[in-house]
Design a protein around this ligand. Structure first.
Ligand SMILES: [Zn+2]
Length: 284
């Protein structure tokens, strides 16, 4: 399903793409706007949603440009109706790197909040003075949207930004895999609470978003687990194989090491599972 995307253009060398379902969102918002305010209402609503997603792109660029400082490649930023995702070639293992990359996203939103503040200042205190379908009304909405985007992403539900910050902080004290497990578990409990709240408030979009996040957190834990097992396997291989070679002029003793063959057999499922992951790690 994620294959149904359309490449737009490159920005800082990163391919920007939109998922086909994004256009359904534009049609839906356009129709809602038209019903409420005719043609100006439609133009205003579509304009707002486009500008909102420009802010989403800027948020993802914050993550992406920070990641590139640490040598991580970012081939694509994909826009979905539920938000954006930057695709990385790997997830940084150093907590300090993960912290900087993660904070860079919401920091862009808070920067936009600060930059827009002089333009919306009057409207915040006297909203009745402003017409909704106007440029100033649009800026008001955009200011709120950035404030909400920045705060919402800091909720510690892994793999949302807040969850990643939580994992990175835990990883400074705990082993990486253990830290990930705790971040996923705390995130799952919070995600269930948010799903319940969203259903109660009749906000189906938010409920779907948290169902998605609930599964995404565990998927990333599984990838981290497999990587850990793979590394443990190679460490064991290296430990067993290296001391043998210098004392073995005939080169034949390697086959007699009892652990090698069963270990090789157990490695195959990991390799298969790793190749089945397929998709690149993603930052939201
Ligand atoms: Zn983010």
């Amino acid at each position: 399903m994620l294959g149904w995307s359309i490449n737009l253009f490159r920005i800082f060398g990163i391919q920007l793409a939109v998922h086909a379902s994004f256009f359904l969102l534009l049609v839906y918002w356009g129709y809602e706007g038209w019903q409420e305010g005719g043609l100006p209402g439609m133009a205003w609503s579509v304009g707002l949603i486009v500008l909102f997603f420009v802010c989403v792109i800027l948020h993802e660029l914050g993550h992406s440009l920070a990641a590139r400082r640490y040598g991580i490649k970012v081939p694509r930023i994909l826009l979905l109706p539920i938000g954006g995702m930057a695709e990385f070639d790997r997830i940084p293992r150093k907590p300090a790197h993960e912290l900087v990359i993660t904070i860079a996203g919401p920091a862009v939103n808070f920067l936009l909040v600060a930059l827009l503040l002089p333009l919306v200042w009057r409207g915040l205190f006297a909203p009745e003075d402003r017409s909704y379908y106007s440029v100033s009304g649009l800026l008001d909405q955009l200011w709120y949207a950035n404030l909400i985007m920045g705060v919402f992403n800091l909720v510690p539900v892994f793999p949302m930004d807040g969850g990643r910050i939580f994992r990175a902080l835990l990883a400074t004290k705990l082993p990486y895999l253990r830290a990930t497990w705790w971040a996923v578990m705390v995130g799952r409990v919070l995600a269930v609470l948010f799903i319940g709240w969203a259903v109660y408030r009749d906000n189906l979009m938010l409920a779907v978003l948290f169902v998605f996040i609930f599964y995404a957190g565990n998927a990333e834990y599984q990838v981290a687990l497999r990587k850990e097992q793979e590394e443990a396997y190679w460490r064991e291989m290296a430990r067993q194989a290296i001391p043998v070679q210098p004392e073995d002029p005939r080169g034949g003793n390697l086959r007699k090491i009892p652990c090698l063959r069963p270990a090789k057999a157990t490695f195959r499922p990991f390799a298969r599972a790793l190749s089945s992951v397929g998709r690149a790690p993603q930052w939201h």
